[in-house]
Write a protein that binds this ligand. Structure first.
Ligand code: IMP
Length: 429
Protein backbone atom coordinates (compact mmCIF):
# COMPACT_ATOMS: atom_id res chain seq x y z
CA UNK A 1 0.00 0.00 0.00
CA UNK A 2 2.58 2.64 -1.04
CA UNK A 3 0.56 5.86 -0.98
CA UNK A 4 -2.29 6.77 1.32
CA UNK A 5 -3.87 10.18 1.30
CA UNK A 6 -5.99 11.91 3.87
CA UNK A 7 -8.54 14.38 2.50
CA UNK A 8 -10.98 16.66 4.33
CA UNK A 9 -14.43 16.24 2.79
CA UNK A 10 -16.13 19.40 4.06
CA UNK A 11 -14.98 23.03 4.35
CA UNK A 12 -11.81 22.28 6.30
CA UNK A 13 -11.18 21.84 10.03
CA UNK A 14 -12.33 18.20 9.98
CA UNK A 15 -9.60 17.22 12.50
CA UNK A 16 -7.40 15.68 9.82
CA UNK A 17 -4.31 16.23 11.97
CA UNK A 18 -5.45 13.58 14.41
CA UNK A 19 -6.03 10.93 11.73
CA UNK A 20 -2.74 11.76 10.02
CA UNK A 21 -1.02 11.45 13.36
CA UNK A 22 -2.57 8.02 13.95
CA UNK A 23 -1.84 6.81 10.39
CA UNK A 24 1.71 8.14 10.34
CA UNK A 25 2.70 5.34 12.67
CA UNK A 26 2.30 2.98 9.68
CA UNK A 27 4.17 5.19 7.20
CA UNK A 28 7.75 6.18 6.54
CA UNK A 29 7.12 9.52 4.83
CA UNK A 30 4.47 12.18 5.51
CA UNK A 31 3.85 14.84 2.85
CA UNK A 32 2.08 18.23 2.79
CA UNK A 33 1.36 19.05 -0.85
CA UNK A 34 -0.97 22.11 -1.04
CA UNK A 35 -2.07 25.20 0.88
CA UNK A 36 0.05 27.16 3.28
CA UNK A 37 -0.11 28.80 6.67
CA UNK A 38 -3.87 29.23 6.21
CA UNK A 39 -4.18 25.67 7.55
CA UNK A 40 -4.15 24.83 11.22
CA UNK A 41 -3.88 21.28 12.54
CA UNK A 42 -4.02 20.34 16.19
CA UNK A 43 -2.38 17.14 17.36
CA UNK A 44 -2.94 16.06 20.96
CA UNK A 45 -1.16 13.33 22.85
CA UNK A 46 0.21 12.69 26.31
CA UNK A 47 -1.77 15.61 27.73
CA UNK A 48 -0.07 18.07 25.33
CA UNK A 49 -1.54 19.94 22.37
CA UNK A 50 0.55 20.96 19.37
CA UNK A 51 -0.73 23.35 16.72
CA UNK A 52 0.75 22.88 13.26
CA UNK A 53 0.29 25.06 10.25
CA UNK A 54 2.87 24.16 7.60
CA UNK A 55 4.83 21.29 9.11
CA UNK A 56 3.37 17.83 8.40
CA UNK A 57 1.85 16.04 11.37
CA UNK A 58 4.37 13.21 10.85
CA UNK A 59 6.98 15.33 12.62
CA UNK A 60 6.09 13.77 15.98
CA UNK A 61 7.15 10.29 14.92
CA UNK A 62 10.66 8.90 14.93
CA UNK A 63 11.87 7.42 11.66
CA UNK A 64 9.28 9.38 9.66
CA UNK A 65 10.52 11.86 7.09
CA UNK A 66 8.21 14.87 6.72
CA UNK A 67 8.09 16.57 3.34
CA UNK A 68 6.71 19.97 2.33
CA UNK A 69 6.22 19.44 -1.39
CA UNK A 70 6.09 21.69 -4.46
CA UNK A 71 2.35 22.47 -4.25
CA UNK A 72 2.64 24.30 -0.92
CA UNK A 73 3.06 28.09 -0.65
CA UNK A 74 5.55 28.86 2.08
CA UNK A 75 5.64 31.80 4.43
CA UNK A 76 9.26 31.44 5.58
CA UNK A 77 8.87 33.58 8.72
CA UNK A 78 5.95 31.53 10.01
CA UNK A 79 7.62 28.30 9.02
CA UNK A 80 10.75 29.15 10.99
CA UNK A 81 8.61 30.24 13.96
CA UNK A 82 6.80 26.94 13.83
CA UNK A 83 10.10 25.06 13.86
CA UNK A 84 11.31 27.10 16.84
CA UNK A 85 8.06 26.50 18.72
CA UNK A 86 8.37 22.75 18.24
CA UNK A 87 12.09 22.46 19.02
CA UNK A 88 11.61 24.52 22.20
CA UNK A 89 9.19 21.80 23.32
CA UNK A 90 11.65 19.03 22.59
CA UNK A 91 10.38 17.94 19.16
CA UNK A 92 13.13 17.13 16.64
CA UNK A 93 12.80 19.29 13.50
CA UNK A 94 15.85 19.44 11.27
CA UNK A 95 17.21 18.36 7.91
CA UNK A 96 17.24 14.75 9.09
CA UNK A 97 13.44 14.52 9.40
CA UNK A 98 12.11 17.44 7.33
CA UNK A 99 12.57 18.26 3.63
CA UNK A 100 11.35 21.31 1.71
CA UNK A 101 10.82 21.39 -2.03
CA UNK A 102 13.02 23.77 -4.01
CA UNK A 103 10.02 24.09 -6.38
CA UNK A 104 7.53 25.40 -3.85
CA UNK A 105 6.46 29.03 -4.09
CA UNK A 106 7.40 31.60 -1.48
CA UNK A 107 4.99 34.11 0.01
CA UNK A 108 6.49 37.58 -0.31
CA UNK A 109 5.67 40.73 1.72
CA UNK A 110 3.41 42.20 -0.99
CA UNK A 111 1.17 39.12 -0.90
CA UNK A 112 -0.06 40.01 2.59
CA UNK A 113 -0.74 43.62 1.59
CA UNK A 114 -2.55 42.56 -1.58
CA UNK A 115 -4.67 40.05 0.37
CA UNK A 116 -5.81 42.72 2.83
CA UNK A 117 -6.41 45.43 0.22
CA UNK A 118 -8.31 43.03 -2.06
CA UNK A 119 -10.52 41.95 0.83
CA UNK A 120 -11.40 45.56 1.67
CA UNK A 121 -11.94 46.53 -1.98
CA UNK A 122 -14.34 43.62 -2.54
CA UNK A 123 -16.16 44.29 0.73
CA UNK A 124 -19.64 43.63 -0.73
CA UNK A 125 -19.01 39.88 -0.71
CA UNK A 126 -15.57 39.17 0.73
CA UNK A 127 -14.16 35.67 0.43
CA UNK A 128 -13.07 36.01 4.05
CA UNK A 129 -9.51 34.93 3.42
CA UNK A 130 -7.19 34.09 6.32
CA UNK A 131 -5.03 37.10 5.25
CA UNK A 132 -1.98 34.90 4.86
CA UNK A 133 -1.33 35.93 1.25
CA UNK A 134 -2.22 32.47 -0.03
CA UNK A 135 -4.36 33.41 -3.04
CA UNK A 136 -1.94 36.15 -4.08
CA UNK A 137 1.05 33.80 -4.01
CA UNK A 138 -0.78 31.15 -6.08
CA UNK A 139 -1.89 33.88 -8.51
CA UNK A 140 1.74 34.92 -9.04
CA UNK A 141 2.72 31.27 -9.47
CA UNK A 142 0.26 30.95 -12.35
CA UNK A 143 1.28 34.39 -13.70
CA UNK A 144 4.95 33.28 -13.52
CA UNK A 145 6.87 36.56 -14.10
CA UNK A 146 6.62 37.83 -10.53
CA UNK A 147 6.86 34.53 -8.66
CA UNK A 148 9.69 33.29 -6.45
CA UNK A 149 10.24 29.61 -5.92
CA UNK A 150 12.26 28.55 -2.92
CA UNK A 151 15.15 27.50 -5.16
CA UNK A 152 15.26 31.01 -6.66
CA UNK A 153 16.36 32.47 -3.33
CA UNK A 154 19.76 30.79 -3.73
CA UNK A 155 20.48 32.00 -7.25
CA UNK A 156 23.06 34.78 -7.83
CA UNK A 157 20.34 36.62 -9.80
CA UNK A 158 18.00 36.77 -6.78
CA UNK A 159 18.87 40.33 -5.61
CA UNK A 160 18.43 41.79 -9.12
CA UNK A 161 15.13 40.00 -9.75
CA UNK A 162 13.85 40.93 -6.32
CA UNK A 163 14.64 44.59 -7.03
CA UNK A 164 12.76 44.49 -10.33
CA UNK A 165 9.71 42.68 -8.93
CA UNK A 166 9.57 44.91 -5.82
CA UNK A 167 9.44 47.97 -8.08
CA UNK A 168 6.60 46.53 -10.16
CA UNK A 169 4.72 45.37 -7.07
CA UNK A 170 5.02 48.81 -5.46
CA UNK A 171 3.43 50.31 -8.56
CA UNK A 172 0.59 47.78 -8.31
CA UNK A 173 0.15 48.46 -4.59
CA UNK A 174 0.03 52.19 -5.27
CA UNK A 175 -2.70 51.66 -7.82
CA UNK A 176 -4.72 49.29 -5.64
CA UNK A 177 -4.52 51.07 -2.33
CA UNK A 178 -7.63 53.14 -1.63
CA UNK A 179 -5.66 55.19 0.97
CA UNK A 180 -3.43 56.65 -1.68
CA UNK A 181 -0.73 54.02 -1.86
CA UNK A 182 0.95 54.47 1.51
CA UNK A 183 1.80 50.80 1.73
CA UNK A 184 5.00 50.00 -0.09
CA UNK A 185 7.51 47.20 0.26
CA UNK A 186 11.13 48.00 1.02
CA UNK A 187 13.54 46.23 -1.31
CA UNK A 188 16.52 46.35 1.07
CA UNK A 189 14.52 45.07 4.04
CA UNK A 190 13.02 42.27 1.96
CA UNK A 191 16.41 41.28 0.56
CA UNK A 192 17.90 41.17 4.04
CA UNK A 193 15.01 39.18 5.53
CA UNK A 194 14.61 36.67 2.71
CA UNK A 195 18.37 36.09 2.43
CA UNK A 196 18.42 35.29 6.15
CA UNK A 197 15.38 32.97 5.84
CA UNK A 198 16.97 31.20 2.89
CA UNK A 199 20.18 30.63 4.84
CA UNK A 200 18.30 29.08 7.77
CA UNK A 201 16.18 26.85 5.54
CA UNK A 202 19.04 25.76 3.28
CA UNK A 203 19.87 22.39 4.88
CA UNK A 204 16.26 21.25 4.37
CA UNK A 205 15.81 22.43 0.77
CA UNK A 206 15.93 19.69 -1.83
CA UNK A 207 14.26 18.22 -4.91
CA UNK A 208 11.36 16.52 -3.10
CA UNK A 209 9.83 15.35 -6.41
CA UNK A 210 12.87 13.16 -7.07
CA UNK A 211 12.85 12.01 -3.44
CA UNK A 212 9.14 11.02 -3.56
CA UNK A 213 9.41 9.32 -6.96
CA UNK A 214 12.26 7.21 -5.59
CA UNK A 215 10.21 6.47 -2.48
CA UNK A 216 7.10 5.27 -4.34
CA UNK A 217 9.24 3.30 -6.81
CA UNK A 218 10.85 1.58 -3.82
CA UNK A 219 7.38 0.74 -2.41
CA UNK A 220 7.84 2.91 0.67
CA UNK A 221 4.70 3.76 2.61
CA UNK A 222 3.92 7.40 1.99
CA UNK A 223 1.14 9.41 3.60
CA UNK A 224 -0.17 12.52 1.87
CA UNK A 225 -1.73 15.02 4.23
CA UNK A 226 -4.30 17.31 2.64
CA UNK A 227 -4.98 20.74 4.11
CA UNK A 228 -8.38 22.48 4.13
CA UNK A 229 -11.33 20.51 2.76
CA UNK A 230 -12.57 19.41 -0.66
CA UNK A 231 -15.43 21.94 -0.69
CA UNK A 232 -12.71 24.64 -0.66
CA UNK A 233 -11.03 23.18 -3.77
CA UNK A 234 -10.22 25.92 -6.30
CA UNK A 235 -11.69 23.92 -9.21
CA UNK A 236 -14.33 21.73 -7.60
CA UNK A 237 -15.38 23.63 -4.48
CA UNK A 238 -17.86 26.42 -3.82
CA UNK A 239 -16.04 28.92 -6.06
CA UNK A 240 -15.25 31.77 -5.45
CA UNK A 241 -15.57 30.99 -1.71
CA UNK A 242 -12.68 28.56 -1.83
CA UNK A 243 -8.98 28.51 -1.18
CA UNK A 244 -6.52 28.80 -4.08
CA UNK A 245 -5.29 25.22 -4.29
CA UNK A 246 -6.70 21.77 -5.11
CA UNK A 247 -7.69 20.68 -1.63
CA UNK A 248 -9.70 17.65 -2.79
CA UNK A 249 -8.08 14.33 -3.67
CA UNK A 250 -7.33 15.54 -7.20
CA UNK A 251 -4.52 17.77 -5.86
CA UNK A 252 -2.20 15.06 -4.58
CA UNK A 253 -0.39 14.19 -7.81
CA UNK A 254 0.31 17.74 -9.04
CA UNK A 255 1.12 19.01 -5.55
CA UNK A 256 3.67 16.32 -4.80
CA UNK A 257 4.84 15.18 -8.25
CA UNK A 258 3.78 11.54 -8.12
CA UNK A 259 1.72 9.60 -10.68
CA UNK A 260 -1.93 8.83 -9.86
CA UNK A 261 -1.36 5.10 -10.09
CA UNK A 262 0.53 5.16 -6.78
CA UNK A 263 -2.37 6.57 -4.75
CA UNK A 264 -3.90 3.37 -3.49
CA UNK A 265 -5.80 4.34 -0.39
CA UNK A 266 -7.84 7.50 0.13
CA UNK A 267 -9.10 8.26 3.63
CA UNK A 268 -11.88 10.86 3.68
CA UNK A 269 -12.27 12.85 6.88
CA UNK A 270 -15.64 14.25 7.89
CA UNK A 271 -17.09 15.71 11.03
CA UNK A 272 -20.35 14.31 12.41
CA UNK A 273 -21.82 17.75 11.57
CA UNK A 274 -20.68 20.62 9.31
CA UNK A 275 -18.68 23.81 9.92
CA UNK A 276 -17.41 26.59 7.74
CA UNK A 277 -15.24 29.69 8.31
CA UNK A 278 -15.36 32.72 6.07
CA UNK A 279 -18.01 33.63 3.51
CA UNK A 280 -20.03 31.57 1.06
CA UNK A 281 -23.10 29.35 0.94
CA UNK A 282 -23.74 26.75 3.64
CA UNK A 283 -27.08 25.00 3.04
CA UNK A 284 -27.31 23.20 6.40
CA UNK A 285 -26.13 26.12 8.54
CA UNK A 286 -27.93 26.45 11.88
CA UNK A 287 -27.64 30.11 12.77
CA UNK A 288 -29.58 29.44 15.96
CA UNK A 289 -29.39 27.61 19.31
CA UNK A 290 -28.55 24.30 17.65
CA UNK A 291 -25.57 25.89 15.88
CA UNK A 292 -24.45 27.48 19.14
CA UNK A 293 -24.74 24.15 20.98
CA UNK A 294 -22.52 22.51 18.35
CA UNK A 295 -20.05 25.45 18.49
CA UNK A 296 -19.81 25.24 22.30
CA UNK A 297 -19.52 21.46 22.47
CA UNK A 298 -17.02 21.27 19.58
CA UNK A 299 -15.01 24.40 20.54
CA UNK A 300 -15.60 25.55 17.00
CA UNK A 301 -13.31 28.56 16.77
CA UNK A 302 -10.63 28.86 14.05
CA UNK A 303 -7.14 27.52 14.88
CA UNK A 304 -5.55 30.16 12.63
CA UNK A 305 -7.89 33.16 12.83
CA UNK A 306 -9.84 32.36 16.08
CA UNK A 307 -13.04 33.31 14.21
CA UNK A 308 -16.18 31.52 15.47
CA UNK A 309 -16.99 28.83 12.92
CA UNK A 310 -20.42 28.66 11.33
CA UNK A 311 -22.05 25.37 12.40
CA UNK A 312 -24.80 23.15 11.00
CA UNK A 313 -26.10 19.64 10.37
CA UNK A 314 -24.25 17.00 8.36
CA UNK A 315 -24.66 17.66 4.65
CA UNK A 316 -24.65 14.23 2.98
CA UNK A 317 -25.20 15.69 -0.50
CA UNK A 318 -21.96 17.67 -0.22
CA UNK A 319 -19.94 14.85 1.35
CA UNK A 320 -21.15 12.23 -1.10
CA UNK A 321 -19.94 14.56 -3.87
CA UNK A 322 -16.51 15.24 -2.33
CA UNK A 323 -16.05 11.60 -1.38
CA UNK A 324 -16.64 10.51 -4.98
CA UNK A 325 -14.49 13.37 -6.31
CA UNK A 326 -11.59 12.34 -4.09
CA UNK A 327 -12.00 8.59 -4.69
CA UNK A 328 -12.47 7.84 -1.00
CA UNK A 329 -11.95 4.23 0.10
CA UNK A 330 -12.54 4.67 3.83
CA UNK A 331 -14.25 7.38 5.86
CA UNK A 332 -13.13 8.72 9.24
CA UNK A 333 -15.98 10.18 11.24
CA UNK A 334 -14.68 12.83 13.61
CA UNK A 335 -16.10 14.60 16.66
CA UNK A 336 -19.03 12.23 17.10
CA UNK A 337 -18.98 13.07 20.84
CA UNK A 338 -19.94 16.69 20.05
CA UNK A 339 -23.46 15.41 19.30
CA UNK A 340 -23.69 13.47 22.60
CA UNK A 341 -26.28 15.82 24.11
CA UNK A 342 -28.46 16.36 21.02
CA UNK A 343 -31.96 14.91 21.54
CA UNK A 344 -32.47 14.78 17.75
CA UNK A 345 -29.98 14.86 14.90
CA UNK A 346 -30.72 15.82 11.30
CA UNK A 347 -28.94 14.75 8.13
CA UNK A 348 -29.40 16.59 4.84
CA UNK A 349 -30.08 13.85 2.29
CA UNK A 350 -31.12 15.91 -0.74
CA UNK A 351 -31.42 19.52 -1.96
CA UNK A 352 -34.46 21.26 -3.30
CA UNK A 353 -33.47 23.98 -5.75
CA UNK A 354 -36.26 26.11 -7.27
CA UNK A 355 -38.77 23.34 -6.55
CA UNK A 356 -36.62 20.53 -8.01
CA UNK A 357 -35.16 17.79 -5.81
CA UNK A 358 -31.59 16.64 -6.44
CA UNK A 359 -28.82 14.68 -4.77
CA UNK A 360 -26.18 16.25 -7.04
CA UNK A 361 -24.02 19.04 -5.65
CA UNK A 362 -24.47 22.17 -7.82
CA UNK A 363 -21.53 23.83 -9.56
CA UNK A 364 -22.72 27.39 -9.01
CA UNK A 365 -22.88 29.14 -5.65
CA UNK A 366 -25.94 31.01 -6.95
CA UNK A 367 -27.77 27.63 -6.94
CA UNK A 368 -26.34 26.71 -3.55
CA UNK A 369 -27.76 29.90 -2.07
CA UNK A 370 -31.21 28.77 -3.26
CA UNK A 371 -31.00 25.31 -1.68
CA UNK A 372 -33.69 24.13 0.70
CA UNK A 373 -32.15 21.16 2.51
CA UNK A 374 -34.24 18.00 2.72
CA UNK A 375 -33.65 16.54 6.19
CA UNK A 376 -33.98 13.13 7.71
CA UNK A 377 -34.11 13.29 11.51
CA UNK A 378 -32.90 10.58 13.85
CA UNK A 379 -33.10 10.30 17.63
CA UNK A 380 -29.87 11.25 19.44
CA UNK A 381 -28.17 9.03 22.05
CA UNK A 382 -27.96 11.52 24.93
CA UNK A 383 -24.99 9.83 26.58
CA UNK A 384 -21.24 10.33 26.85
CA UNK A 385 -19.27 8.53 24.12
CA UNK A 386 -15.83 9.94 24.99
CA UNK A 387 -14.86 6.79 26.89
CA UNK A 388 -15.86 4.37 24.09
CA UNK A 389 -12.89 2.50 22.65
CA UNK A 390 -14.63 -0.18 20.56
CA UNK A 391 -17.41 0.21 18.06
CA UNK A 392 -19.60 -2.07 20.17
CA UNK A 393 -19.25 0.38 23.13
CA UNK A 394 -21.17 3.08 21.23
CA UNK A 395 -24.85 3.59 22.09
CA UNK A 396 -27.21 1.99 19.56
CA UNK A 397 -28.48 5.33 18.24
CA UNK A 398 -24.89 6.49 17.65
CA UNK A 399 -24.19 3.31 15.67
CA UNK A 400 -27.39 3.87 13.68
CA UNK A 401 -26.22 7.40 12.87
CA UNK A 402 -22.78 6.20 11.74
CA UNK A 403 -24.28 3.47 9.56
CA UNK A 404 -26.83 5.82 8.00
CA UNK A 405 -24.07 8.26 7.07
CA UNK A 406 -21.99 5.59 5.39
CA UNK A 407 -25.04 4.38 3.51
CA UNK A 408 -25.82 7.83 2.07
CA UNK A 409 -22.23 8.91 1.45
CA UNK A 410 -21.42 5.55 -0.14
CA UNK A 411 -18.25 4.52 1.67
CA UNK A 412 -17.41 2.56 4.81
CA UNK A 413 -16.64 4.38 8.08
CA UNK A 414 -13.39 2.77 9.25
CA UNK A 415 -12.50 5.18 12.05
CA UNK A 416 -14.78 6.93 14.56
CA UNK A 417 -13.27 9.63 16.75
CA UNK A 418 -14.86 10.43 20.12
CA UNK A 419 -12.40 12.97 21.52
CA UNK A 420 -9.20 14.86 20.77
CA UNK A 421 -6.70 12.35 22.19
CA UNK A 422 -5.03 9.61 20.17
CA UNK A 423 -6.61 7.04 22.49
CA UNK A 424 -10.13 8.30 21.78
CA UNK A 425 -10.16 6.62 18.39
CA UNK A 426 -12.28 3.61 17.43
CA UNK A 427 -10.98 1.43 14.60
CA UNK A 428 -13.82 -0.58 13.19
CA UNK A 429 -11.94 -3.36 11.45
P1 IMP B 1 -7.43 31.70 2.00
O1 IMP B 1 -7.08 30.25 1.82
O2 IMP B 1 -6.73 32.31 3.18
O3 IMP B 1 -7.31 32.50 0.76
O4 IMP B 1 -8.99 31.74 2.40
C1 IMP B 1 -10.01 31.38 1.48
C2 IMP B 1 -11.17 30.69 2.19
O5 IMP B 1 -10.75 29.41 2.64
C3 IMP B 1 -11.69 31.43 3.43
O6 IMP B 1 -13.08 31.24 3.53
C4 IMP B 1 -10.99 30.72 4.56
O7 IMP B 1 -11.69 30.83 5.78
C5 IMP B 1 -10.97 29.29 4.04
N1 IMP B 1 -9.87 28.51 4.59
C6 IMP B 1 -8.57 28.57 4.27
N2 IMP B 1 -7.85 27.70 4.97
C7 IMP B 1 -8.72 27.04 5.76
C8 IMP B 1 -8.58 25.97 6.72
O8 IMP B 1 -7.49 25.43 6.97
N3 IMP B 1 -9.72 25.59 7.32
C9 IMP B 1 -10.94 26.12 7.03
N4 IMP B 1 -11.11 27.10 6.15
C10 IMP B 1 -10.01 27.56 5.52
Amino acid sequence: MPATCVIGLQWGDEAKGKVVDVLTQKNEICVRYQGGANAGHTVKFGGQAFKLSLIPSGIFHHNVKSVVANGVVLDPARFLEEIEGLTSRGVQVDAENLALSNRLHVIMPWHFLEDRIMNSLCAHEPIGSTMRGIGQCYRDKVGRSMAFRLGDLYLPSFPERLKEVTQIKNQYLYGMNPDGGKEQVSYTETLEKYTAYAEKLKPMVTDTTAFLLNAVDADKNVLFEGAQGALLDIDHGTFPFVTSSNSSGVGVCAGAGIPAKFVKNVVGIMKAYTTRVGGGPFPTEQDNEIGQQIRDAGHEYGTVTKRPRRCGWFDAVAVRYTSRLSGVDTLSLMLLDVLDQMPEISICTAYEINGERTTDFPALVEDLYEVKPVYETMPGWMSDTTGCRNYSDLPDNAKRYVERLEQIVGAKVGIVSVGPDREQTIFRD
